[in-house]
Every structure is written in C-alpha cells, then in structure tokens.
Design a protein around this ligand. Structure first.
Ligand SMILES: [Fe+2]
Length: 338
C-alpha cells in the first residue's frame, strides 16, 4: 500500500486543477494547513474568474443573459410549442421505460437515462435535451459548454416515510458554477415541494469567499457528510451576511424550463403531501479551470450521449454497487419500488 502512496499523492495534487470537490476523499483538498494557506479560496476565486471569461463567448438571448446575471437562474414559461409539449408528454407517459431509482430519506428519484438505446423510444425528449439552444443556455449558466447528462427524472415525495431528504437543506453543489435544468411536465405548486433558490447567490461576493475559506478549514474533519464531500450547507439566516436574498420557491406551470447555476444556494423544498413529478432533466459540470469552451472528451464520437450507458455498463460488468438501483421497465409516474 505504502508503495502506491507517492502515486496517489500525485493524483490528489493533480486533482486541485479539476472539478474534484471532496475534502473527505482527497487529503490535499481537505488539508487544513493548505486551506489555511488559501488553497480552497484560490480554487473558488480562479474558477469564478475563468467562468466569467468563458461565459463572454457563449451567446444566449439578452433576456436570459440578464436573468442569469441577476438571479443565477433562468425561467422560461411556455417553453415548447403546445403541440410539441403534448407529444412529449404522450411519449413519456404512454409506455414503460428502463429506469433506475435512488432513495434519499423520504424522497425517491427515478431516472430514465436518455442514453443511445433509449433515444429511439424517446425522440421528443431527446430532441429537447440535445437542442443546441439549450446547450448554449446550460453552458452560459455553467460558465462552460460541454457534454451534459440528460434523463427523464421523476421525483417521488413520500412524507410519511424515512428521515428528511438531504437535498432539502439549502446548499451549493460544488465550489464553482455548474448548471442543472428541468423542463417540468406537470404544474409544480407551492405545496408540491418546488425547487428553492436564493437569488443572486451564484455571485462570488467577498463575504462568500471568506465564508468558503472558513468552511474549508474544518470540512474534512467535521464529519458532516455532504459538507465534507464539498457540497456546503448553509442556514437561511446566514445568507444576508453574504449579501444574498432569502430563498425563493420556484412554483411553475407545466412546460416551464428552469436552468439554474447550482453554485448558488438551493434546495428541494420539503413537501407535506405525497407528490410525483416528472421532468426532463440535465446537468453540466465540467473542469472549471480550462480557458476554453467545448473541446470536451465526452463529446468525441462513440462517447457523445453515451455517458450513462458507459457508466452503468462498467459498474454492472464489474459488480460495483451503485446507489442507483436498476428497477427494470416502469412508467415514468409509477410509485417507487426502492
Ligand atoms: Fe443540489
């Protein structure tokens, strides 16, 4: 084991220049000494500068650019023409699809990957997900274009079961801009546990940078799982001290697209009743330190759009356990089976 340590140390150090975020898994990123010297602070500041630079070269409609700059998210109601939206719903709800499910406390997330195999059966969902205009918008929000992951997502809230969902605590996903989008196939009301976001909290204020620095010192030692994995939690009362507005619940009508920079503080607001909601969902998180847009190895022929197939194929082949349980063919709005 000791023989391998120098090689692993090189890997840990090299990860400083990637999107690696875990203070617990990487002793270099988690080092109190290095973080006292400003390692985490420097990564956060450099990533924000690089994202701002690359964003200038990712054109989006002016109203989307202004909404992102102001709030950290973009909301586009009536996103698809009505006939196309109806066809999309019919396609998603009209049959069974190969799915995986994950339980986090009282919330189950189901994903139907828009993988190469699924795309022939979900052509409208795939056309939405792989639309170049959406790729530019997610790229602008993430501060870098590249290969995103796309799936049909079902969120099933079962308030009577299990502990609170960890996603219901206000948090940032990582230390740099990164995009998630949802095209909602149902109305999501205030009571349905909508997405919650603190407007403006994607901006790196001097106070946020100091807060990031303070969190980094004890993140590895503290034993708060999500904190130590690099997804910092925050109390709503702390937001104003960082220069941010209180969180806003994003209740939306069906056929609304929401694209958010999940470096901003966000949460899934808890639902008091049993709910099932379905959305076309994607996420884009790439290395934040490179000076270019695109040029993503995952967009190479043979890899593009096959990330889920390769990821789960690899795990299944080697028998590596996954938090995402294969549940076979189910309807998108079926009850949970995990
Ligand atoms: Fe999140």
């Amino acid at each position: 084991m000791k023989v391998l340590t120098p090689f692993r140390a090189v890997g840990w150090a090299a990860a400083v220049f990637t999107s690696e975020k875990s203070f617990a898994a990487n002793p270099v990123l988690g080092s109190r000494r290095l973080n006292e010297l400003g390692l985490h602070r420097a990564r956060v500041a450099a990533a924000a500068r690089m994202a701002a630079f690359r964003r200038r070269f990712i054109p989006v409609p002016e109203e989307d650019r202004a909404a992102y700059a102001r709030d950290g998210f973009v909301i586009k109601p009536d996103y698809l023409p009505p006939a196309l939206f109806d066809a999309l719903r019919e396609e998603v709800f009209g049959g069974k699809h190969r799915a995986r499910e994950m339980r986090q406390g009282r919330t189950v997330t189901r994903m139907i990957p828009l993988s190469a195999a699924a795309r022939a059966r979900l052509p409208h969902a795939s056309a939405v997900a792989f639309d170049p205009a959406l790729a530019r918008l997610t790229g602008h929000v993430a501060g870098r274009t590249g290969a995103a992951l796309h799936h049909v997502q079902t969120v099933i809230a079962e308030p009577e079961r299990g502990p609170q969902d960890p996603q219901s605590a206000l948090h940032a996903d990582t230390f740099h801009s990164t995009a998630k989008y949802w095209l909602f196939l149902h109305d999501v009301t205030e009571e349905d546990g909508p997405f919650m976001f603190a407007p403006g909290s994607h901006r790196l204020t001097p106070e946020r940078l100091d807060w990031e620095h303070r969190q980094s010192l004890d993140a590895r030692a503290e034993g708060r799982a999500h904190h130590s994995f690099g997804s910092f939690r925050i109390r709503p009362a702390e937001l104003s001290a960082l220069g941010y507005a209180p969180p806003r619940r994003v209740a939306v009508k069906a056929n609304t697209l929401v694209v958010a920079d999940t470096y901003g503080f966000h949460a899934r607001s808890p639902s008091a009743k049993r709910t099932v909601r379905v959305e076309i969902h994607g996420q884009l998180r790439r290395n934040p330190f490179v000076p270019w847009n695109g040029l993503d190895p995952l967009n190479l022929p043979g890899l593009k759009g096959r990330e889920y197939d390769l990821h789960f194929g690899w795990k299944d082949y080697w028998g590596i356990p996954s938090i995402w349980r294969d549940v076979g063919e189910v309807r998108a709005d079926d009850p949970a089976s995990v």
